[in-house]
Design a protein around this ligand. Sequence first.
Ligand SMILES: Nc1ncnc2c1ncn2[C@@H]1O[C@H](COP(=O)(O)OP(=O)(O)O)[C@@H](O)[C@H]1O
Ligand SMILES: [Mg+2]
Length: 297
Amino acid sequence: MTTTTATQQQPGQAARQSVLRASGVTKRFGGLTAVRNVDLTVDSGEIVGLIGPNGAGKTTFFNCLTGLYVPTEGEVAYKGKVLPHRSHLVTQAGIARTFQNIRLFANMTVLENVLVGRHTRTKEGLFSALLRGPGFKKAERSSEERAMELLEFTGLAEKRDHLARNLPYGEQRKLEIARALASEPGLLLLDEPTAGMTAGETSATRELVLAVREKGTAVLVIEHDMRFIFNLCDRVAVLVQGEKLVEGSPELVQADERVVAAYLGTPFEGEPGEAEAAEVREAETRGGDETHKGGQA
Ligand SMILES: Nc1ncnc2c1ncn2[C@@H]1O[C@H](COP(=O)(O)OP(=O)(O)O)[C@@H](O)[C@H]1O
Ligand SMILES: [Mg+2]
């Protein structure tokens, strides 16, 4: 006989569980170390941000997480199991992603793009699809229902029969997210999801990411838009030249001088160039003095 305990957890109250654990991930391309010894974790229910200047190694790190690249060193585990270096097996395990440069099937419809994203979750193989047997038709119906749910969820249901290439840019990005969600991931990786978006589209994307978390998918997001990151994430990690420089709450990261320096290019204290920076600071404190502004007016 089985007994149910009185302390069964509701989905929303589930204990925090490790979703992603990247340990000592290093990726070298010839002489260039694009990612150096990076540790990063994402727990269930978390939205974690990954920021850093251009060329910091953020996308390379994502590629190591998703099996696109084999890390030179280190390993990546999803829900306690070390992942193989094969992207389709990573997707099957439960990690889905979007790309910095949109990768949709331009000449397929919106619905078809989402259906493609579902194939890792349907048992029916290619032959079954070609023969279109009863098993396939049933699987196809349920896939289509699920795909339509995702289009509702992302606000694209009315565009189901439009070709992907005819969608405005912001909707193409949404469609990428819908397609990624179709594989029913436990972790969604977003690489610059708001790049090129209007302020309105960016705020819609924020709502969408929050809703994704609400449905039980943890999120790791790369983004340049600091306001977006700091308003969205529970935790933020900063990569600079391949290394994790700082990690913590948005408040902590925003206040960290090293982060400000990494973005603004101000030299670190005590490093060469500090004397020059001190001169600039001194000049700024004299800011009100018109003689330093050229006085040409
Ligand atoms: N496939 C590759 N081969 C060689 N170098 C690469 C490759 N991919 C990325 N890099 C280099 O690795 C560094 C990090 O790039 P990337 O991960 O794209 O940075 P980010 O996404 O933070 O802007 C850059 O110097 C880039 O030129
Ligand atoms: Mg990148």
